[in-house]
Design a protein around this ligand. Structure first.
Ligand code: NAP
Length: 251
């Protein structure tokens, strides 16, 4: 994969999918900025990368906070002089039916999952336009297609796809690609911490009958991040074991 010596920032990289994307990118020669709201987790992942002789820098911040995001990208610019790859991965979920959703939960989920991606795209785009090069990869979810009990989460992830398609058009002339991955069920704390009933319902509609691994998503992220992927923009890859094409007749 052609990402050697590229500078990549992965948000929410202290756990799950983001952690494996950060480690995979580092293994393949990129310098990785490991962001997470949890400083301990961000530091742990960055240390594990550097212990392997690869390059990483931890930066803890909340991606929904503009001042913190601005500071993070300033640090990246001051330290490395550029940013080649941004993976907007940080995300949260809270499964509830429409009547039980608290306004604070709606606000928090939209703020982290959608506003967080907007703020990071905005900061990265400013630097990438100066370089006339960039790869932005936004993590949405198969759930954007809809799912009972996932009102806030689905809405936030649908917004990510609209954001991706629009920015892909706006930034295409600057050789910046903007693409999306829509994962299905992946074995991380975000899925395993869901209520048992929600997990069972989600598994009922899983054509493969299996749960994906974070490395399945890292593989997709590397595909988009590659130097050679410059003609691919505004696209959504579903990495979900066929769940996006689920039909009740198929199981
Ligand atoms: P995860 O294991 O919970 O990892 C998410 C990481 O993001 C956590 O370390 C979390 O920290 C961090 N984070 C939360 N809020 C943040 C913020 N405001 N700023 C910076 N970091 C923040 O979840 P995951 O499954 O790897 O999820 C990664 C992405 O994949 C998310 O966007 C998720 O929606 C998407 N996705 C996951 C699945 C799945 O089945 N796992 C399916 C479809 C899509 P804390 O732990 O401290 O909150």
């Amino acid at each position: 994969m052609a990402i050697k010596d590229r500078v990549a920032l992965v948000t929410g990289a202290g756990s799950g999918i983001g952690e494996v994307i950060a480690k995979t990118f580092a293994q393949d020669g990129a310098t990785v900025v490991v962001n997470d709201v949890n400083a301990e987790q961000a530091n742990r992942v960055a240390e594990e990368i550097t212990k392997n002789g690869q390059r990483a820098l931890a930066f803890a911040c909340d991606v929904s906070n503009k001042a913190q995001v601005t500071e993070m990208f300033k640090t990246v610019k001051d330290t490395f002089g550029r940013i080649d790859i941004l993976v907007n991965n940080a995300g949260i979920d809270k499964a509830k039916g429409i009547v039980g959703i608290a306004e604070e939960d709606w606000d928090r989920i939209i703020n982290v999952n959608l506003k967080g991606q907007f703020l990071c795209c905005q900061a990265a785009a400013a630097m990438m336009k100066e370089q006339n090069y960039g790869r932005i990869i936004n993590i949405s979810s198969r759930a954007w297609l809809g799912g009972v009990g996932q009102t806030c989460y689905s809405a936030s992830k649908g917004g990510v796809i609209s954001l991706t398609r629009t920015l892909a058009q706006e930034l295409a002339k600057n050789q910046i690609t903007v693409n999306c991955i829509a994962p299905g069920i992946i074995e991380t704390p975000l899925f395993t911490n869901l209520p048992e009933e929600t997990k069972a319902n989600l598994m009922k509609m899983q054509p493969t009958g299996t749960i994906g691994k974070p490395k399945d998503i890292a593989h997709g992220a590397e595909f988009y991040a590659d130097d050679e992927a410059g003609y691919i923009t505004g696209q959504v890859i579903y990495i979900c074991g066929g769940k996006s094409i689920f039909s009740s007749l198929s199981v």
